[in-house]
Design a protein around this ligand. Structure first.
Ligand SMILES: [Mn+2]
Length: 228
């Protein structure tokens, strides 16, 4: 019976694979407009320019004046496969707070702009990222309702010169300006650099999953209400 049942189930599976053996999907193959955006935001405290391509290859060029933030933005680009260019100047002679927050705000606005009405996206994303002893889970939803549930317990006040309280401030800004629901859970971790970097890696992969075009409903807004 084992041999027969294998044959019965294996044959349709092989046919299914062959019938979908077309080249890899890209939004362009569904006549999607390029999912790119540029946002410039200037205040009395900072001047931030963000350009991104959601369907990129992880090319990253960021100069925020906050080296650790640049290192984390590189994780978003590289693991999210988002081409990302960020130039920021800010009042870092005071501290990194305004620049960190305003980069988050502008990145959130650029994400929202590139997604447009969010037609065709998978919408939900999740990932567990380890970095040595650290393990962080990120779950997100482009729900249209900003919410952050922040579950990091970072053991030191600073990583290099970067104030570790700014991690939460960054994600608050991204969430509010991209209209995203975001849950971050730290499952393990001792080293602050590892915990934060695992968070950005998990965020990047969850983001990549959520913004991917779902070919089965590429021309529909992914909500039972029809609006996000
Ligand atoms: Mn690192």
């Amino acid at each position: 019976m084992g041999d027969n049942s294998f044959a019965v189930f294996a044959l349709p599976a092989m046919q299914t694979r062959e019938s979908f053996s077309a080249p890899g999907f890209s939004p362009l193959s569904l006549d999607f407009p390029a999912r790119i955006a540029s946002v410039h935001r200037a205040t009395g405290e900072t001047d931030v320019q963000v350009s991104l391509n959601l369907d990129g290859q992880g090319q990253c060029n960021t100069h925020t004046g906050v080296p650790f933030l640049d290192h984390m933005l590189h994780q978003i680009s590289s693991h999210g496969l988002i081409d990302l260019e960020i130039q920021a100047t800010g009042d870092i002679e005071i501290d990194d707070h305004h620049t960190n927050e305003d980069v988050g705000i502008t990145l959130g606005q650029a994400l929202s702009k590139a997604l447009g009405d969010r037609k065709g996206i998978v919408r939900f994303g999740h990932f567990f990222a380890p970095l040595d002893e650290a393990l962080v889970q990120v779950t997100l939803d482009f729900s249209g309702r900003p919410h952050l549930s922040y579950g990091l317990d970072i053991p030191t006040a600073r990583v290099g010169t970067y104030d570790t309280q700014l991690v939460r401030e960054f994600f608050v800004a991204v969430v509010n300006h991209s209209q995203m629901t975001l849950h971050i859970r730290q499952l393990d971790g001792i080293n602050s650099h590892h915990i934060i970097e695992a968070t950005f890696k998990a965020f990047a992969r969850a983001l990549r999953m959520a913004i991917e075009i779902d070919p089965r409903r590429a021309h529909l807004i992914p909500s039972s209400k029809g609006v996000l």
